[in-house]
Write a protein that binds this ligand. Structure first.
Ligand code: UDP
Length: 499
């Protein structure tokens, strides 16, 4: 073997992480890179300037810790955002204001294939973890002989539901009634959603075709890395791996690897962040409900009005993140008396801008979380032992609600009915329902007590999974070993089969 090849065999494994351009994808990928780097893997994250800003502080904090542990630092490889006519600085899903912007954005996303190809050709990493939304990256990686691990950032439960949906298209055969119950066949539990809670392939053939492409590309890949842990959804791990025959490594909750609980996921934390934590410090344990809907979800003025009424009616302390750009002016939605309630400062705290979600969820004052069921938020709540009021809107969120409420029994459903990203499409949920759901979760009923106890137990299981010897710790080790073994079997300099 030539000296160069010996050197390559002895160098640390090198994994390229290539996240989709949105906080819900960038954040867990950066956490995952920190996790693999802490196990001695050299990690590079490929992204564009604004998106690099979102993960910069998480990567810097991780690198501080890695330096102390004598592990290779994480590198961010920044490539220009393709010029497709979007205004400067508009580089991710959060900043898109119109359909025209969205179309241009997806054009730019496709053009990222060029810098991805270039990185693979120049740096020849041992593996790539690329976002499932970059379905074309499966073929690109194959052309370069690099094994591709897909990452969608969903639960095993949601992946299984989605597979059943794509295989069987049960919506097509269901009655036209939007409230008709539709079963997803072939799953370990009976899973039923209302027709209007599901993606309708006839109405959104473009989305349906995209999910088919994603699913096919993920199946052609070396395998998938999943932000979950075995004890959370064992029946679905078994279903996915054995019944569906898909290779998956469960490495989460990756948020537990984050060294940046305060500034995670933003280049500009909310100016209210520190005051919010100090406000929580003054509250009794378990007395505060946290209300936040992730980075992408919007509510209409009528919905915000009822949510505000509901928080007031609930009688509970609350922290409400009303942060996203584009939120209607408070004069359009604030109910009478709400500004005065906020001004009193004893019951409620509003965060404008990006909240330190990990610090809030892990604060002893937290007693519940009203969430849109984005998978990152859901798993962060699970890891913190915090029960949830579930308020899904679209994507995998209705599946995550099923998992939280019906399978894990760590939440109460608010009764959201409509699968839609546009705010107008959602039926308004009355303030009384919001208050009642929070009361069921945080009050003294047998149901509330059982949910809270289960949530605490799951939080402990989550932390165990990532500790030395835990299931996720072991899955990371197994994946590293497999990629290392593959490297030593491959003859350097020859064409290598990618799977
Ligand atoms: N997040 C945060 N502060 C905010 C809003 C969101 O830290 O003010 C983080 C949250 O902790 C999670 C991610 O952003 O890690 C949102 O991901 P999720 O999958 O929950 O929802 P999405 O934004 O993708 O809909």
């Amino acid at each position: 073997m030539a000296a160069k090849d010996v050197q390559h065999q002895q160098s640390p494994l090198h994994i390229l992480f290539f996240p989709f351009l949105g906080p819900g994808h960038l954040i867990p990928m950066a956490d995952m890179a920190a996790l693999f780097a802490s196990r001695g893997v050299r990690c590079t994250i490929l992204t564009t300037p604004v998106n690099a800003g979102i993960i910069r502080s998480a990567v810097d904090r991780a690198n501080d810790a890695l330096r102390g542990a004598d592990c290779p630092a994480i590198d961010i490889s920044v490539v220009p955002f393709p010029d497709v006519g979007l205004p400067p600085g508009v580089e991710n899903g959060m900043a898109l204001a119109s359909q025209d912007d969205r179309d241009k954005f997806y054009q730019a996303v496709t053009q990222l294939r060029e810098p991805f190809d270039r990185f693979l050709a120049d740096s020849r990493p041992d593996a790539v973890v690329s976002d499932s939304f970059f379905y074309w990256s499966a073929d690109a990686a194959a052309e370069h002989g690099v094994p591709r691990l897909a990452f969608l950032g969903s639960s095993m439960f949601a992946r299984s539901c989605s597979d059943s949906m794509l295989r069987n298209n049960p919506v097509e055969a269901a009655p036209e009634d939007p409230d008709a119950l539709v079963s997803l066949p072939g799953l370990p539990h009976r899973v039923e959603l209302r027709r209007r809670q599901m993606l309708d392939p006839a109405k959104r053939p473009d989305h349906w075709a995209m999910f088919q492409r994603i699913n096919a590309a993920d199946q052609r890949s070396f395998g998938e890395v999943i932000n979950s842990f075995h004890a959370l959804e064992p029946a679905y791990v078994e279903h996915y791996q054995t019944t569906l025959g898909r290779r998956a490594w469960l490495v989460g909750p990756v948020a537990l690897a984050s060294k940046d609980k305060a500034g995670r996921g933003t280049s500009a934390p909310s100016p209210d962040a520190d005051t919010c934590i100090r406000w929580l410090d003054t509250k009794q344990p378990g007395s505060v409900v946290y209300v936040s809907f992730g980075s992408m979800t919007s509510f209409s003025p009528a919905e915000l009005h009822e949510l505000a009424r509901g928080l007031d009616l609930s009688g509970k302390n609350f922290v409400w993140v009303v942060g996203r750009a584009g939120i209607p002016d408070s004069s359009e939605w604030m109910p009478e008396g709400f500004a005065e309630l906020m001004a009193r400062g004893d019951r409620g705290f509003m965060v404008r801008g990006w909240a330190p979600q990990m610090l809030i969820l892990n604060h002893p004052a937290l007693g519940g979380f009203v969430t849109h069921c984005g998978w990152n938020s859901t798993l962060e709540a699970v890891s913190a032992g915090v029960p949830m009021v579930t308020w899904p809107r679209y994507a995998d969120q209705f599946y995550n609600e099923k998992l939280v409420v019906e399978v894990l029994k760590v939440g109460v459903s608010i009764g959201a009915k409509d699968y839609a990203s546009s705010v107008e499409a959602h039926e308004v949920i009355a303030g009384e329902v919001v208050a009642e759901s929070i009361g069921r979760l945080m009050g003294g009923s047998e149901e509330g007590v059982a949910i809270r106890m289960k949530a605490k137990d799951l939080g402990a299981e989550a932390r165990r999974a990532v500790e030395n010897g835990g299931s996720s710790y072991n899955d990371v080790g197994r994946l590293i070993d497999e990629l290392m073994a593959r490297r030593s079997h491959a003859k350097v300099g020859e064409g290598i089969s990618h799977t």
